[in-house]
Design a protein around this ligand. Structure first.
Ligand SMILES: C[S@@+](CC[C@H](N)C(=O)[O-])C[C@H]1O[C@@H](n2cnc3c(N)ncnc32)[C@H](O)[C@@H]1O
Length: 196
């Protein structure tokens, strides 16, 4: 039996990806809590954000609407195609590429944001070191991750450990509220912010 490449698996997810409440943020109430959460951990505008594993560009475009310059990177052609089909926003680019070693300008970003992507990297510690290389001095990491009931993901403790292993501080906030997910959850979901 041959296993399929992750790009093909994510391509298959793309058409229905935005149907999940936290993915498409189609419910204004769900969109509002994500907006508030992100604005509470981001520096003020103007600021340049790398949104790594940006999927259909939901967060990329949400933050562009708030005045940030955002470069989204995703390796799935279908995800990127859907992101580009959404109403465009000033200051946004979408690049189809591997977020493990993103083809972005080193030292040029105020923020590296990833939601639900670090867990999928083969060597998350090495990935994090490359992502930190994208940051300007004083730049911050915003990592929204989970240890999902599906068995996939990273525990909060592991993500904190990964960030601290780079010599940076990590600030953990758990996100158990149904408001973020459009339903009650019983697994571990959180954001780790590292302010550099
Ligand atoms: C769970 S989705 C999250 C999408 C988006 N960050 C969001 O929160 O709406 C994971 C995304 O990461 C992308 N991805 C996974 N591994 C990747 C890699 N090595 N390089 C680029 N994108 C990757 C997938 O194609 C998919 O779009």
């Amino acid at each position: 039996m041959t296993s399929r490449h992750p790009i093909d698996l994510w391509d298959d997810e793309a058409a229905t990806f935005d149907e999940a409440a936290d993915h498409g943020l189609r419910d204004p109430a769900v969109r509002a809590v994500w907006r508030d959460l992100l604005l509470s951990v981001l520096p003020p505008t103007p600021a340049r954000i790398a949104d790594l594993g940006c999927g259909t560009g939901t967060l990329t475009l949400l933050l562009a609407a708030e005045g940030y310059d955002v470069d989204g990177v995703d390796f799935s052609p279908e995800m990127v195609r859907l992101a580009r089909e959404k109403p465009p926003a000033a200051g946004v680019t979408f690049t189809q590429a591997d977020a493990d070693d993103p083809p972005l300008e080193p030292g040029a970003y105020d923020v590296v944001l990833c939601r639900h992507v670090l867990w999928a990297m083969p060597d998350p510690a090495a990935t994090l070191r490359r992502w930190i290389g994208l940051l300007e001095p004083g730049g911050r990491l915003v990592l929204v991750e989970g240890n999902w009931s599906t068995g996939a993901g990273l525990t909060a403790a592991r993500t904190v450990e990964l960030v601290e292993s780079t010599g940076r501080e990590a600030e953990l906030t758990m996100l158990p509220e149904a408001a973020y997910w459009g339903r009650e959850i019983d697994d571990e979901r959180y954001v780790v912010v590292s302010r550099g």
